[in-house]
Design a protein around this ligand. Structure first.
Ligand code: AMP
Ligand code: MG
Length: 715
């Protein structure tokens, strides 16, 4: 068991108050990375919230049997001799437990670290080793200046900090660059993780790292300072803490995949320091770490053969073609982090977990009166004296409601201490002094339990989801102010053919007005992509080539229409064929002709038929799920409904057919009078498609047929 499935890097904080609600620097940040998913960052305002989250992540790892490497950016030990003097043992883990017992840390981040440091200093001869504190604190045994220390007998730096000169000493507790406070405020949390998870947790390098499912390691993100700077600049990242934890998580994940993580974990000098002081993961193996960190600025690429179809097949059934696309395509866009309100329509790049429960506390579901159910009589009329004051949403009642008393309570108000049940105001008679109602009342009636919707740490949304407005509500309610999403896919739309002209630009009956481009641009926009108008090119090989070269820079996928068959004037397929990358898929589909699929300079090109009806159907059936995959989402099959047919039709075996259709007033599926594929009016008339199977069929009125509303295609 030497591999890991998930890497979580933690930037800890010794802050004495909650950090700002808006994700900020100098606060707690988690960077999460795993091979199969995008990297994501999480922000926590308090140590207690972060600890709750870490526990949930460990629980989740154990439940799913995934192996976790957790990294923390503070020292796991002190210079030799400290542990023995303070906790009575050389064992650094005994020192952790000692700190866990001595450190007081409130859920609002208030803590006793400076007073505790002064107390520790008093154990040693002379003055020190801890130093630096806020001016106002009256702690004579904790000097303000490092130079005031003497005679305590401990080394200034651990061996690891000699290896990494830019690392700070654990003794300095305050002002720029100080890490000492983080150690004091971090070790108790680690001690509690160990106590809670027992043998499932091992601490590197004090314990073997290759057996336990959860490994704790000390990290120092500045080992990758240059790489962090480069990455932050490239991505417009403003919060260094976030950039650091993300890059380190990603780096260790890559090291693990490339097989160098074991070497990083083994790069610890043997002997005494390892046993007591701990070590920094990657110290002494900086080159190895940096090699795994190389900022991967290029987005992922599609494979060259992604459109290759099995040869020798005359007509490819629709389902075979779809299955092939499904297996061959994957995301090509990078991940970015955006404020939750800006994420509608974006593809989620990582699972989202609740940072806070919903509801966060037990509260009232109605306007009414709250009391403790246990003190009611068994039945009949109940009269409870009313307390003065009330509990309202956002304005809780701070006192305890005594047994036998009641309190006015409004919808959404936290249940005060002493209240477990609420009677609806419509069911009572009340004056200023008392409230009367009929028992029995079910204990807990009209209340909501804390977390009854979603508990802290529970998964709320999963990777690949296209975020709906309601998803933004959910993420916001759960305290997730930012989401990792894929950059928007840019979809280029190009019309080809000498016969095309701009609508209204000519009276020449030999010319066809370009109908596909506005339709396809609007479709791509509806699907949440950035539509890029690539214009119209004539049937000219060189012009087409130049246009595609340009398009491949500006877009992530290209939809062309026209010229996709194998005839003399089919320049799109001819050019793609010349470039060597063409796959012509002869799909057993009506309406539709061959679909030309190719990579042009690495960008997928979907060569659609020119006929607007066929172009439309091919776009819905093939381009839609393919683009969803490329955008980082899930494969999407349209949701269909069985409706009675309002038509009669016979079809032969061999091709799947899509008919322009809509639903009659009686809920039956009627189809457009003409199946002629030149009838654009039928597309506009329709609200959906009827899908007829590949096999032969004779549909009579009333027979069930599969109706796919355009809404099922996201239109
Ligand atoms: P093609 O696939 O190029 O053989 O074209 C099939 C039919 O679709 C021809 O009648 C074309 O004129 C027509 N067509 C091609 N492109 C468009 C377009 N952008 N708008 C409307 N009709 C088109
Ligand atoms: Mg043509």
């Amino acid at each position: 068991m030497s591999g890991f499935d998930r890497f979580i890097m933690v930037d800890w904080s010794a802050a004495s108050a909650p950090t700002p609600a808006k994700p900020s620097a100098d606060a707690i940040w988690l960077g999460l990375s795993e091979p199969s998913a995008a990297t994501s960052a999480e922000y926590y305002r308090t140590r207690s919230a972060a600890e709750t989250r870490l526990i949930a992540l460990c629980d989740q790892a154990l439940a799913t049997k995934t192996r976790l490497l957790l990294g923390f950016d503070f020292a796991f030990g002190y210079p030799e001799g400290f542990a023995k003097a303070v906790a009575g043992s050389d064992d650094p883990l005994a020192l952790w437990d000692w700190f866990a017992a001595q450190v007081e840390d409130g859920s609002d981040n208030r803590n006793n670290r400076f007073a505790l440091a002064e107390r520790i200093n008093s154990v040693f001869a002379g003055v020190g080793p801890f130093w630096a504190r806020p001016r106002g604190l009256d702690l004579p045994g904790l000097p303000e200046k490092g130079s005031a220390r003497h005679g305590h007998g401990l080394a200034e730096r651990r061996h690891a900090e000699k290896q990494v000169p830019q690392a700070h000493s654990v003794w300095k507790l305050y002002t720029t660059g100080a890490v000492g406070s983080q150690v004091i405020m971090g070790l108790p949390m680690l001690a509690r993780l160990r106590q809670r998870f027992g043998d499932a947790v091992a601490v590197w390098p004090f314990q073997p790292w290759d057996t336990a499912p959860i490994i704790l390691t000390e990290i120092f993100p500045s080992l990758l300072a240059d790489e962090v700077r480069k990455k932050a600049a490239a991505e417009g990242e403003t919060i260094k803490d976030r950039a650091q934890v993300l890059l380190l998580a990603e780096t260790l994940c890559r090291a693990s995949q490339e097989g160098s993580l074991g070497d990083l974990l083994e790069a610890v000098p043997s002997g005494a320091p390892r046993q007591e002081e701990g070590w920094i993961l990657g110290a002494g193996a900086e080159a190895l770490l940096r090699a795994a960190a190389r900022p991967d600025l290029a987005p992922p690429q599609l494979k060259n053969d992604c459109f290759a179809m099995p040869q020798g097949v005359e007509w490819t059934p629709v389902d075979v073609a779809l299955a092939h696309l499904k297996s061959a395509l994957g995301p090509v866009k990078r991940v970015e982090t955006l404020p939750t309100p800006d994420c509608a329509g974006r593809v989620l790049a990582h699972d989202v977990f609740a940072a806070r429960a919903n509801p966060p506390g037990a509260n009232s579901a109605v306007d009414g009166f709250g009391f403790a159910a246990a003190h009611l009589g068994p039945s009949g009329r109940q009269v409870l004296p009313l307390l003065t004051g009330r509990a309202a949403a956002g304005a809780p009642y701070r006192n305890t409601v005594a047994p036998g008393k009641a309190l006015r309570i409004l919808t959404g108000a936290l249940l005060p201490a002493g209240v477990d049940t609420v009677v609806l105001e419509e069911d009572v008679a009340a004056d200023d002094h008392a409230v009367a109602f009929e028992a029995p009342i079910k204990p807990g009636a009209n209340t909501r339990k804390a977390g009854e919707d979603i508990a802290v740490g529970q998964q709320a949304l999963s990777v690949g989801r296209v975020l709906k407005p309601a998803d933004l509500a959910l993420a916001s309610a759960l305290g997730v102010p930012e989401l990792a999403v894929r950059e928007r896919l840019r979809v280029g739309i190009l019309s080809t053919g000498d016969e095309l002209a701009a609508p209204g630009s000519t009276e020449d009956p030999a010319k066809t007005y370009d109908a596909n481009r506005p339709m396809l641009l609007a479709i791509a926009e509806r699907w949440g992509y950035v539509s890029v108008d690539l214009g119209h090119v004539r049937d000219d090989r060189a012009a087409l080539q130049a246009r595609l070269d340009d398009a491949a820079i500006k877009t992530d996928a290209i939809l062309t229409s026209g010229g996709a068959s194998a005839g003399d004037e089919d320049h799109v397929s001819a050019l793609l064929k010349e470039s060597g990358a063409l796959q012509t898929w002869r799909i057993a589909l009506k309406p539709g002709r061959p679909l030309a699929l190719a990579l042009w300079n690495g960008v997928p090109v979907f060569g659609l038929p020119g006929n607007p009806v066929a172009a439309f159907v091919c776009t819905l059936i093939f381009a839609r799920p393919a683009l969803a995959m490329i955008a980082g989402g899930h494969w999407c099959d349209p949701q269909g409904y069985l409706l009675p047919a309002a038509f009669e039709k016979r079809k032969k075996a061999g091709r799947r057919e899509f008919l322009r259709a809509r639903v009659t007033r009686d809920g039956a599926a009627e189809v457009f009078a003409s199946e002629g594929s030149g009838r654009i009016s039928g597309l506009s008339w329709a609200d959906g498609l009827v899908e007829l199977p590949d096999d032969a069929a004779h549909i009579s009125p009333g027979d069930p047929v599969r109706y796919l509303p355009f809404g099922s295609f996201g239109l």
